[in-house]
Design a protein around this ligand. Structure first.
Ligand code: NAP
Length: 452
């Protein structure tokens, strides 16, 4: 919830305020920018477990979206502010603890995003050839943790992507766009080589609910439907809306536009693909039941068994949910990408709402727990996916940061957060701590031209 506060943040004269931001993705950088503007005496230190900044913009955004990646230019300028320092290679939870940071700074803002992944919890999930979207996206973006993932794209012609959000479309595009086009992007060179040699010709993007419930946005859907020489397959019967769907389509412009685009694609493609033509098939009303193991390649995935579903309203929540019909069908493939959303991970000493995968908070102020009467953790704040869950575009973090900065400013005004002459050690204390642990920090200057 981002409402209830004014976008024009007033400048507060806190002559010395030591602020630590953990995470240098969009949420962390927008936070830094807003704090520096709102508090003329603030010094902002941004920590990241990686040696390079920019998080999701560098490692999450698809390489063929250069206009989105351009946000790195704006973020570079923020890091070059004289009151802002970047400390790479500093991992919260392993190198430094949350309580140590809270001792060193007046304000700690956690913006480390959602680096965890959801499990489907079905048999066969540990077979080789099954990857999470996080792994696959990090792989093609050159993230150091997945640099050596080496997904086998040569021994199969079919991939199944489970989940129907924008990340599933990003990954489908990477698999299906001609490599000559990908070569013009900043895709990691190891991924480009693998995709050049890829034998994948068919990608299924499978949803457990219907086209009206798909999480695609029109721009991203239009983009994949326009990929050069791509054959699109959609079963027209799946596009027939129920009366509940009709209501959604009437009231929701995004869902309506997505439905229109899918309907147009279903009717405007030729009856059959031409030989060798790459193909994308949207499949609705199928929930994964188990992964199937190959007979010839022990321990490797050979397909997914799906249960057909219908969508009906859940009595308790009022949500449209997928309900199994007891009818099963197998979809053969040699690689599976699970694109079912990201989730945040807690660290020691941080209250965490495991059900929703977020830190309990009120407008960015961290709460002791998720109950209605929970007290605020003084001086501790959150922003970005850790605050509101893994949803939204890069720009959403700007509003999210404004909200959290407004809470910090209010708390300073109320005297909840001390300001004026900070007694905290800030970066001097941090550097001593890191040195005492025989580690080194990586500053921004050294890395600023390096992209992947
Ligand atoms: P998402 O939009 O939340 O989509 C997740 C998908 O996984 C949904 O189709 C969901 O189906 C499905 N799913 C979840 N649990 C499942 C289960 N147990 N079994 C089967 N399916 C399951 O997540 P995302 O695609 O990872 O995207 C994250 C955020 O980043 C989104 O807000 C997205 O718009 C944003 N993003 C934006 C761009 C862009 O603007 N270009 C690009 C990438 C990502 P249900 O709906 O049935 O739960």
């Amino acid at each position: 919830m981002l409402g209830g506060f004014s976008r024009s943040l007033t400048t507060v004269s806190s002559s010395s305020l030591r602020v630590c931001i953990v995470g240098s993705g969009p949420a962390g950088l927008y936070m830094a920018d807003k704090i520096l503007k709102a508090h003329k005496g603030a010094e902002v230190d941004i920590l990241d477990r990686l040696p390079t900044p920019f998080g999701l913009v560098r490692y999450g955004v698809a390489p063929d979206h250069p206009e989105t990646k351009n946000a790195m230019n704006q973020f570079s300028r923020i890091l070059q502010d004289g009151r802002c320092s970047f400390f790479g290679n500093v991992s919260l939870g392993s190198l430094v603890s949350l309580s140590e940071l809270r001792d060193l700074y007046d304000v700690v803002v956690l913006c480390y995003g959602a680096e965890g992944e959801r499990d489907l919890g079905i048999p066969g999930e540990d077979l080789s050839g099954i990857y999470s979207s996080r792994e696959f996206v990090w792989w093609y973006n050159g993230h150091p943790d997945c640099r050596f993932l080496a997904p086998d794209l040569k021994n199969t012609d079919t991939a199944v992507i489970v989940g129907q959000g924008n990340v599933s479309l990003d990954m489908a595009r990477m698999l299906l766009r001609p490599a000559s086009e990908l070569a013009k992007t900043d895709i990691a060179s190891h991924a480009l080589s693998a995709l050049k040699e890829s034998s994948i010709r068919k990608v299924y993007v499978v949803g457990r609910r219907g086209p009206v419930q798909a999480s695609f946005t029109p721009k991203e859907l239009r983009e994949i439907l326009g990929v050069k020489s791509l054959y699109i397959r959609i079963d027209e019967a799946d596009l027939c809306p129920t009366s509940a769907d009709e209501e959604v389509l009437k009231n929701n412009r995004i869902n309506r536009r997505v439905h229109e685009l899918l309907s147009k694609a279903a009717t405007s493609t030729a009856s059959f693909p031409t030989p060798g033509q790459r193909e994308l098939q949207f499949v609705f009303f199928r929930k994964p039941d188990r992964f199937l193991e190959s007979d010839v390649r022990s321990g490797h995935v050979a397909g997914v068994r799906f249960e057909r579903t219908t969508v009906r309203e859940d009595v308790g929540s009022g949500k449209q949910i997928a309900v199994g019909t007891g009818q099963f069908e197998d979809m053969g493939c040699g690689i599976v990408l699970k694109s079912i959303g990201y989730k945040s991970i807690g660290v020691e000493g941080l209250p965490f709402d495991h059900q929703n995968g977020i830190v309990p908070n009120v407008r960015g102020r961290v709460l002791h727990d998720s109950s209605d009467l929970a007290e605020v953790e003084k001086g501790l704040y959150v922003c970005g996916w850790l605050k509101r869950g893994a949803t939204g575009i890069i720009g959403t973090n700007l509003y999210c940061a404004e909200e959290t900065v407004a809470s910090i400013s209010e708390d300073i005004k109320e005297g909840i957060v001390p300001s004026g002459s900070s007694s905290k050690l800030g970066k001097e204390g941090l550097l001593q701590l890191v040195e005492s642990r025989n580690s080194i920090v990586v500053p921004f200057e050294e890395k600023k031209r390096e992209c992947v």
